[in-house]
Ligand binder design. Structure first.
Ligand SMILES: C[S@@+](CC[C@H](N)C(=O)[O-])C[C@H]1O[C@@H](n2cnc3c(N)ncnc32)[C@H](O)[C@@H]1O
Length: 216
């Protein structure tokens, strides 16, 4: 099934609010625990979460790594407004940044991103941002949906995971699945970006994950 891009930014207020109100806590917590297992020595002191949205993963990372500072970046002010409303401490900061953003400083000990890749019309924007923002040897985890093989599979996933969700979320979820990449496409992206040392695998019935370290 061919990829159909969706809008990059989630800057529509109704869309951002529906996303912010949805409960993704179970899969988000699973992901943060999965990350912790891959990096038993921790993620260092200076983490960045790309395409942070309302901060779901950003806050969970801060909770898991209380000694670390966590920066959430997103290009959508509607999302960042929700994230700021939830922010309780200086450990977490949010910043508006539309990637690619050459002005952003590098040197982060970990670069994390959940569900950004499929939004990007040019996926190299993410891989080059990972290289730009990570310190040498930084931990990297990029987690996203993977594109189903056909529309029947796409509809089945929407039924399985978004059956009772509001219409706006069902629509977004369906479009996101169609906009996602396959494992083979991501492998090519990594080779093109000079990041072939990172590992790539399927996760569950609907995700893919890239993880490892930047070259020291
Ligand atoms: C599906 S949400 C994921 C939010 C969050 N990472 C999570 O796991 O809940 C994708 C986010 O990526 C942001 N985004 C998309 N394209 C972007 C870009 N080029 N630069 C920065 N943020 C972007 C969107 O605005 C949206 O908030």
């Amino acid at each position: 099934m061919e990829r159909i891009c969706e809008a990059e930014l989630m800057d529509d207020l109704a869309q951002a609010e529906a996303y912010g109100a949805a409960d993704f806590s179970s899969s988000d917590r699973d992901l943060v625990e999965w990350i912790a297992k891959q990096f038993p020595g921790g993620l260092g002191e200076n983490l960045v979460d790309l395409g942070c949205g309302p901060g779901n993963i950003t806050f969970l990372l801060a909770e898991k790594y209380p000694e670390a500072r966590v920066l959430g970046l997103d290009g959508a002010l509607a999302m960042l407004g929700l994230a700021e409303e939830r922010r309780l401490s200086e450990q977490v900061r949010f910043q508006e940044a539309l990637l690619p953003c050459p002005e952003l400083e590098g040197g982060h000990t970990a670069v994390i991103s959940n569900s950004l890749l499929h939004h990007l019309h040019d996926p190299q924007v993410l891989w080059q941002s990972v290289r730009q923002l990570g310190a040498p040897g930084a931990a990297v985890v990029i987690h996203d949906l993977r594109r189903p093989s056909n529309e029947t599979e796409q509809e089945a996933l929407v039924e399985r995971y978004a059956a009772g969700a509001p219409a706006i979320l069902r629509r977004d979820y369906s479009q996101s699945l169609r906009a996602a990449f396959t494992l083979a496409e991501v492998r090519e992206q990594l080779a093109l970006a000079g990041l072939s040392q990172l590992q790539l695998a399927e996760r569950d019935d609907r995700y893919l994950v890239v993880w490892g370290r930047l070259t020291p």
